[in-house]
Design a protein around this ligand. Sequence first.
Ligand code: ADP
Ligand code: ZN
Length: 215
Amino acid sequence: MKLILLGAPGAGKGTVAKLLTKIDGSVQISTGDILRGAVNAGTDLGKEAKSFMDAGDLVPDALIMNIMGERLLEDDCKNGFLLDGFPRIIPQAEALDVLLEKIGVELDFVVSLDVPRDVIYDRLTTRRTCENTKCQAIYNVKSMPSKVEGICDKCGSKTIQRADETVEAISKRLDTYDEMTAPLADYYKKKGQIFEVVATSSDTVVEAVKEKLAK
Ligand code: ADP
Ligand code: ZN
């Protein structure tokens, strides 16, 4: 399958993408994960991206389009891919259209994950991540706490709030989403490519996508 997953931070794009990869071996491509990996590895890309990310700002398009231009040409994309966190703004969507045309790839559709704002806010502020970059286990202080508060079950390192998951950074990410990313739903609607799903549970989304693909 070749899909774009569209939705606010905390809407569950990553979780849904991981579930979908198990169906047919399509790969998850998360620009957020690629960027965080680059920051942790201390590459030039990581150094350039870090300050934007910590502030909850978008990383410049040129960097993102370079990453995606290379990534979509890798062999593992031939089975299909799930784009998670990209495109993020109309110019990226337009650039992606040009890129896909150039490499002769056609999307199945664009899944829009619809989740109430209070649910999203709650999910993001209660998320904790293991600070050990090799582990990065994810917890939730309400729904999935570690056995000992503040300590990772898997490796014993500290669990922390991501720099972009403080209340300030989250508000900013959600504002940025409303202003810059939400208009993408209209962009794809006009092109007849949108598939809207109420996404309170990731399993519901996966079932709906499966059904739609089968049609
Ligand atoms: P979320 O969607 O939960 O905000 P991501 O993991 O997708 O988090 O992204 C984390 C950060 O990485 C973003 O806040 C932004 O700084 C950067 N980023 C990720 N994808 C893009 C993109 N397509 N364009 C610009 N910046 C991006
Ligand atoms: Zn850990």
